[in-house]
Ligand binder design. Structure first.
Ligand SMILES: [Ca+2]
Length: 384
């Protein structure tokens, strides 16, 4: 999703193409020279680190042991695959081995209540609350330079699914306090995930909290919960024993969300069972920002570079998306808008992305903290 496109259409109906450098290859990957390349479609078991769980767990976080796992996604071996399902795996291949160190991760997405504490303590102003400037959009009429954000808007009737501008609107006054516009608020929604936060906002929160955003590899290791090669965070069935396991979209997209899973639209956090590591909502509800820049060919590059096991991969050095002209960061997990009619990125290993400066009403985040960083906090507290 791209604020630049939606905003530009709202502001003046066009935008400028940014030519991105192709000099992006990341040197921060260990490659074993002369060894056979990773790749193919085979998943191998997750091998978690055996180190004991550190003491003094941070509040609201769970220990993710880290270790080696197979990262990426392939089409389910059974069942019907829609065009959306097939499209969802394109940038998530080849399957490749990755190692991540252990870390702490928020059990849930950051809630409105938590984000409000951050704003109260710091006076932080999110991107959606700041009006676009004449410098950013020099040809836009002054009356159109208004603060706002991008909001999902159901269509009145079925529409071809090849143009997202039909169901995404730039709404004046939409921001984290008013997720779908000025008429919406957070009354009674303290435990809902904060939305309408762009990447920059998420990073600012994480820094204030003494945490950081997860890398894409950390996120996927955590989301798999110790399993390997499963279609979903919980296994291979979308609804084991008939039970919904995530907040996704039922009904005809983007006309009517019937809410068969219990929620039409956004849900409070932790309404579905946690995964194997005790993490909630690692599929559906809201997309989650990751620290990596997005490139659709990053996994292919790892293969071509001959990387056997990518150790703590930070992602590429810069963003490149042939379908979008703005710098983009990875998002993971899918949202309450995901459906096999359009986007099945609640499937494990699939990848999403969003412009760094764009929030939506289906994008949030959660934080992590490295073991050493948390231990330093604990040690400092013990000295004082
Ligand atoms: Ca739902």
């Amino acid at each position: 999703m791209t604020k630049a496109h939606i905003t530009a259409a709202f502001l003046f109906g066009t935008f400028t193409l940014v030519v991105l450098s192709m000099a992006w290859l990341s040197p921060a990957i260990s490659a074993d020279e002369g060894a056979p390349a990773i790749g193919g479609s085979a998943f191998a078991p997750t091998v978690p680190n055996k180190l004991p769980v550190p003491n003094n767990a941070p509040n609201g976080m769970v220990w993710i042991p880290g270790g080696e796992f197979s990262m990426g996604c392939k089409l389910p071996s059974t069942g019907y695959c829609t065009a959306a399902t097939m499209n969802a795996v394109n940038d998530a291949q080849p399957i490749h081995r990755v190692y991540v160190d252990g870390f702490w991760m928020d059990k849930t997405d950051v809630t409105n209540e938590e984000f409000a504490k951050f704003v109260s303590a710091t006076g932080y102003v999110t991107g959606a609350e700041i009006a676009p400037t004449k410098e950013q959009f020099p040809t836009a009429p002054a009356e159109n330079l208004v603060a706002g954000s991008v909001v999902f808007t159901p269509t009145a009737q079925p529409v071809p699914l090849n143009d997202y501008s039909q169901w995404w609107r730039y709404v004046r006054g939409a921001n984290w306090r008013h997720p779908t516009g000025p008429d919406s608020d957070l009354q009674g929604k303290e435990k809902y995930p904060v939305v309408q936060v762009c990447y920059t906002d998420a990073v600012a929160y994480a820094k204030w909290a003494g945490k950081r955003l997860p890398t894409e590899a950390e996120w996927e290791f955590a989301a798999r919960g110790g399993l390997s090669g499963k279609t979903y965070a919980w296994g291979d069935e979308l609804k084991p024993a008939g039970r919904w396991m995530a907040n996704t979209y039922q009904g005809q997209f983007p006309v009517k969300d019937t809410g068969n899973d219990g929620f039409a639209g956004l849900a409070p956090v932790a309404q579905f069972p946690p995964n194997g590591y005790g993490l909630y909502d690692m599929a559906g509800n809201v997309w989650q920002w990751c620290s990596d820049w997005y490139r659709p060919d990053y996994y292919t590059w790892l293969k071509l570079a001959g990387v056997i096991v990518a150790r703590n991969p930070p992602g590429p050095d810069s963003s490149y998306n042939p379908d979008d002209d703005q710098p983009q960061h990875v998002q993971r997990g899918g949202s309450f808008l995901c459906t096999d009619q359009y986007c099945t990125r609640y499937m494990m290993g699939t990848r999403g992305k969003g412009d760094f400066d764009t929030g939506n009403n289906n994008v949030g985040f959660r934080c992590v903290i490295s073991a050493n960083s948390w231990q330093a906090v604990v040690s400092e507290a013990a000295r004082n």
